[in-house]
Design a protein around this ligand. Structure first.
Ligand code: DOR
Length: 423
């Protein structure tokens, strides 16, 4: 199957390409870029005038709930949400049921994704058995089964175990992805600790519960010379710690989720449980630091932390609702908003959604290099649309962005040279 995507702005940060032209796909692979032209259109061509053509987006942090909680999401509905959001590659967290701490779960995830056939999926396996923080899983066996990183996401990893996990993972040149939370400080906290939590009478989760662990992790990564990745950074001090770690030559990387760049703790005055997320939405100064950290490339990747929860779970009092919100369908337009606001250049945004997360996970995605798999996203960068509940293809609906006007819309998503989503 051959495809020509004509006259679009082709942006491929991995190869430092930003030019108008025609992307040619042959037999599921990128065949090359041709000069833009006005000649009559060939069969199998798509006119992308005014649109951006970039590598299929890579989300290094999602929860697909499969196996075990398919009423929230499953690999099929998660894949549909991904391609509608422009993502062709996902890395999924191990907090499924059972936990992905053994090769049979890892293999199940990969096989089911292949059967669905819409995206590439890379499982992140648990650091510890059952994510209980006691005994390490078998990293080598999990790697062979297809895992690309390790994390006990959602569960903090204590210092001694983290040290051993870093040492063990570095033997396989794999990163540890940490959910940075000191539970002794955050325990029972349901929102950012500050003025608003005091006003609302809700228990706070202070920023220091995150940044103390970020600091500890950097120390441990320096000690072991291993690779550590900080999940969903949410505070100014965390950004400062990562900046310092990078300057000192520690092998540290970091991600931020779109909701932490756009939503403030103040929004919780509505008590909407769709705003309840872990780590919590912070105050404006933190948002400013996160945006700056992103702009200055202290924060490498944008990752959604797509965390579906069913209506019946979210429709309860704030304290009892589970943490998490949907991210796959709104990440690109929110990212583009950062470009419209001049926080990021388009090339920077695309790199943080493609090649940078792919490099962290060491997976062969996020580029339009000739010969690579033809995973491509085409979007209209300024098209205005409204995100409506009916647009959601996830099984859950817990998005705080429903009703929001977005600028920038995915037009087509191509996976292995095949159109898997089209408006
Ligand atoms: O808000 C969150 N939800 N944060 C996490 O760390 C876990 C996730 C989930 O699995 O629902």
């Amino acid at each position: 199957m051959n495809l020509r995507i004509e006259n679009g702005r082709i942006i491929d940060p991995a190869n430092n390409i930003d030019k108008t032209g025609t992307l040619v796909i042959r037999n599921g692979k990128i065949a090359g870029i041709e000069k833009a032209k006005t000649a009559r259109r060939a069969k199998g061509s798509f006119d992308a005038t005014g649109m951006v053509i970039c590598p299929g987006l890579v989300d290094m942090h999602v929860h697909l709930r499969d196996p075990g909680q398919e009423y929230k999401e499953d690999i099929e509905s998660g894949s549909l949400a991904a391609v509608k959001g422009g993502f062709t590659t996902l890395a999924c967290m191990p907090n499924t049921d059972p936990i992905n701490d053994n090769p049979s779960v890892t293999e199940y995830m990969i096989k089911k994704t292949r059967r669905v056939g819409l995206i590439h999926l890379y499982p992140i396996a648990a650091i510890s058995k059952g994510s209980q923080g006691k005994e390490l899983t078998e990293f080598g066996v999990l790697k062979r089964a297809g895992a690309v990183a390790f994390s006990d996401d959602g569960q903090p990893t204590r210092a001694g175990l983290m040290r051993r996990a870093l040492e063990y993972a570095s033997q396989f040149d794999m990163p540890i992805l940490d959910h940075c939370e000191e539970r002794d400080l955050s325990r029972d906290g349901v929102m950012h600790e500050g003025e608003v939590s005091a006003l609302l009478g809700l228990k706070g989760w202070p920023g220091e519960a995150e940044s103390t662990i970020v600091y500890r992790n950097i120390q441990l990564a320096a000690m072991t010379q291993a690779r550590i990745h900080m999940c969903h950074l949410s505070t100014s001090e965390s950004v400062a710690q990562v900046r310092a770690g990078k300057r000192a030559g520690v092998r540290v990387t970091a991600e931020v989720a779109p909701h932490h760049l756009f939503l403030e703790d103040r929004a919780l005055e509505s008590f909407s449980t769709n705003l309840k997320v872990n780590p919590p939405l912070r105050s404006r100064p933190h948002i400013r630091s996160l945006r700056q950290g992103l702009k200055q490339d202290v924060i490498d990747a944008i990752a959604t932390d797509h965390a579906p929860h069913a209506d019946f779970e979210k429709q309860t009092v704030f304290e009892s609702a589970p943490f998490g919100l949907l991210g796959l369908q709104t990440a690109l337009p929110l990212g583009l908003q950062l470009c419209h606001e001049k926080v990021l250049t388009l090339k920077q945004l695309i790199s943080k959604l493609t090649i940078l997360p792919a490099r962290i996970l060491n997976i062969p995605h996020g580029t339009l290099t000739v010969g690579s798999r033809a995973d491509v996203t085409i979007f209209a960068p300024s098209r205005v649309w409204q995100f409506r509940a009916e647009d959601i293809v996830s099984k859950s609906h817990n998005s705080p962005f429903i009703g929001r006007e977005m600028r920038g819309e995915v037009i087509r998503t191509i996976h292995n040279g095949r159109v898997v989503y089209s408006v």
